[in-house]
Ligand binder design. Structure first.
Ligand code: GLA
Length: 684
């Protein structure tokens, strides 16, 4: 028996092979270094009984139909019109690569594992001597926990990203397939597999993320015998005929400190290992984005006025959104024509950029290079560059360019490169507002290549991944970008929830969040500036309202919160976001804890009125039980007049032990719905 083990501080994955495709003997707690892996492989062998074949086919890294596997296979491929049923035998293996091959068929699989900090990354490569049609290839298949009653999937929609769906484990398959050609609003490629009883702060949980920006599929299956398997891969039918195919890396983590253990493993992984920061020493600048202020109506004098006001509020980067190119007066035309609209900018963008820089801000620009409107010079010149059938249904009046083509990529590189060479721009908001006509892995590979090429030519330019808000958020796109536009919803109430759930996977440093207009443009809700500002301050802070609408009070609050964010962003950049367990469903709360544990900030949002009168104490987490902390409710002046009592935090700072804060919890003042308390903590 060959065995392998992969360890992170909180997990061990043990694989074994008896000459065929390896299987996971153990994916769970970190095992002692001297664990006898041969014994584990034997100990794991299941019994058989009546009504079944005489040995249970192993749940391998790629379960195959030819082995009488009773569930979904990890490989579905054809050659010459016949399904492939390879008999895969171990041929080569080292510490990180395991190869199995069917020499007769000339088909092999390679499983590649890498330990990256708290995360294990696993992918499958298929190599064939002659071309095959691949329908489905799973990244290394792993068993799901047996001590679990439910799993947590992620779904969403425009302005409602990252919704968590708790589903019971039942016999059969739960399958999610994002076929829109993006990681998607619909089913972003994340899932959590908690053991029974796990909460945010305690218990055992496993989590997976398929690091791919194109269409993808997950299936979680309870087999007839009770075992459970989880498969991830590109959406079925994504690949074109070929001899070499590769899944994206499947990122694995496990925690015995609740969902937060997995959350911080992903947060740290993405921030510290996935994202390539152009200037890691440069603090994240406060953004101003003009989209919800002016939309397509660009007037240089107005934009200059807005820029001056944004700078006065504390903004450090001005992002000019959609509407600056072609003849783009609405969303029906001009995508593809990446030349400055001389009707709106007679002297080009330089006068606006100079003005913005004169105000002490840098300049960012919106682009959507993968897309084209039929009403554009580009579509008229190159109708053959468009992906999908001519009679396809459009999305936002636009179509997708075929980025698998070298000439298309070269053209787009030329356009964006020229803009970046001709202007002093340090940031692109890179949008993607239309679903693909069908999933297509070559398209996603093409986008990665284009982004790579641009990053090499302009390494100082940061890129934000936007897709109608959060339609393309994953660790694949984040290899080439540095920020995600989490949602088009600038409604702080919605954002509070979206940010909370997205924090299971995403660090604050890359998650954009803006203070929106008083009356939210995507929900119609009117929210107080205090709530809007503090919710944006939970992540990479920015503003997006028309600053001309601000009252004196609103401007003062915004200036204050912006200043707070600037003076804290240094440590917040690398802080862990910990979701707090709140027994009051009206309260959505998180603790951001400095990596060295010396300070924290708690944001306790009140999404609705509570069922009971007195706020339930809010328990903190991951503090040093024996240390003492100075805690201060920094926005206590925001207490409403109906908070008539004298909770100590309303009067001033308190010194309390970690044990008390984690066991009893914080006693916060009563507050209105749609408000948020901000509590700073410092370890003494
Ligand atoms: C998308 C984005 C928005 C904005 C518009 C511009 O919807 O998500 O933030 O940039 O495009 O057209």
């Amino acid at each position: 028996m060959r065995t392998w083990r992969f360890d992170t501080p909180a997990q061990t994955l043990v694989l074994a092979s008896d000459g065929g495709v390896p299987w996971a003997v153990h994916w769970g707690a970190r095992l002692p270094d001297d664990e006898d892996l041969q014994a584990l492989a034997r100990a794991d062998r299941p019994d058989v009984t009546g009504g079944m074949i005489d040995a249970l086919p192993p749940l391998t890294l790629c379960p195959l139909a030819r082995d009488s596997f009773p569930g979904q296979p990890g490989l579905v491929a054809w050659r010459d019109g016949a399904l492939l049923h390879p008999h895969l035998r171990l041929t080569e293996a080292d510490a990180a690569h395991i190869t199995v091959r069917d020499e007769g068929l000339g088909v092999g699989l390679r499983f590649v594992f890498a330990v990256e900090g708290d995360v294990i990354a696993a992918r499958t490569v298929l190599e064939a001597d002659v071309p095959v049609m691949l329908h489905w290839l799973a990244a290394p298949v792993l068993p799901a926990p047996q001590q679990a009653e439910r799993l947590i999937g992620v779904s969403g929609r425009w302005c409602g990203e990252f919704q968590l769906d708790e589903l019971p484990w039942t016999p059969g398959i739960h399958e999610r397939e994002a076929r829109g050609g993006r990681s998607g609003h619909d089913y972003p490629p994340f899932a959590i597999f908690p053991e029974t009883g796990a909460t945010n702060t305690s218990g055992t949980a496993f989590a997976m993320h398929y690091a791919w920006s194109g269409g993808h599929r997950m299936l979680a299956e309870e087999l007839p015998d009770g075992r459970r398997q989880i498969q991830w891969g590109h959406a079925s039918g994504s690949y074109r005929e070929g001899t070499r195919f590769e899944t994206a890396p499947l990122l694995l983590c496990r925690s015995d400190e609740g969902l937060n253990g997995c959350a911080i493993a992903f947060q740290r992984h993405i921030r510290d290992r996935v994202v390539d920061w152009p200037a890691p020493e440069r603090p994240r600048p406060v953004h101003y984005n003009c989209w919800e202020a002016v939309y397509f109506d660009h007037d240089l004098a107005v934009l200059k006025d807005i820029a001056a006001r944004a700078a006065a509020l504390g903004a450090e980067r001005f992002v000019l959104d959609d509407g600056w190119f072609g003849r783009r007066d609405d969303d029906t035309s001009s995508l593809g024509d990446w030349q400055v609209d001389r009707r709106k900018y007679p002297d080009g963008l330089t006068p606006l950029i100079a003005h913005v820089q004169g105000m002490g801000m840098s300049f960012g620009l919106w682009v959507e290079p993968e897309m084209v409107n039929l009403d554009s010079d580009l579509a008229r010149a190159h109708p053959d560059w468009i992906l999908g059938p001519a009679d396809q249904v459009e999305g936002r009046h636009q179509r997708v360019l075929d980025l698998s083509r070298e000439d298309v990529r070269a053209h787009l590189f030329g356009c964006i490169d020229a803009i970046l060479r001709d202007h002093d721009i340090d940031y692109l908001k890179w949008d993607h507002n239309r679903l693909l006509p069908m999933p297509d892995a070559a398209q996603t590979d093409g986008v990665y290549r284009l982004l790579d090429q641009l990053r090499q030519a302009h390494p100082q330019v940061e890129i934000e991944s936007c897709a109608s808000g959060g339609g393309r958020i994953d660790a694949g796109i984040l290899r080439h970008t540095q920020r995600v536009w989490l949602s088009d919803s600038n409604d702080a109430l919605e954002r509070l929830r979206i940010q909370h759930d997205a924090a299971l996977f995403l660090p604050g440093a890359i998650t954009g969040s803006h203070v929106g207009p008083r009356r939210c443009h995507t929900s119609g809700r009117v929210l107080d500036i205090r709530f809007r500002a503090w919710v944006a301050a939970q992540r990479h802070f920015g503003m997006e309202m028309d600053p001309r609408e601000l009252t004196e009070d609103e401007a003062a609050v915004l200036t204050r919160v912006t200043a707070w964010w600037k003076s804290n962003r240094g440590w917040l950049f690398s802080a862990d976001i910990l979701r707090l367990d709140s027994t009051d469903p009206a309260v959505i709360a998180e603790e951001q804890l400095a990596r060295d544990g010396t300070r924290f900030v708690v944001f306790a949002g009140r999404a609705a009125a509570s069922a009971r009168i007195v706020p339930r104490p809010l328990r903190l987490t991951r503090l040093d039980p024996s240390a003492r902390y100075r805690v201060e409710l920094i926005n206590r002046a925001d207490a409403p007049h109906l908070s008539r009592g004298h909770p100590a935090l309303k009067e001033g700072p308190l010194t309390l032990s970690g044990t008390y804060l984690m066991d009893h919890g914080l006693t916060l003042p009563w507050s209105f719905p749609e408000t948020i308390w901000v509590i700073e903590g410092e370890r003494l």
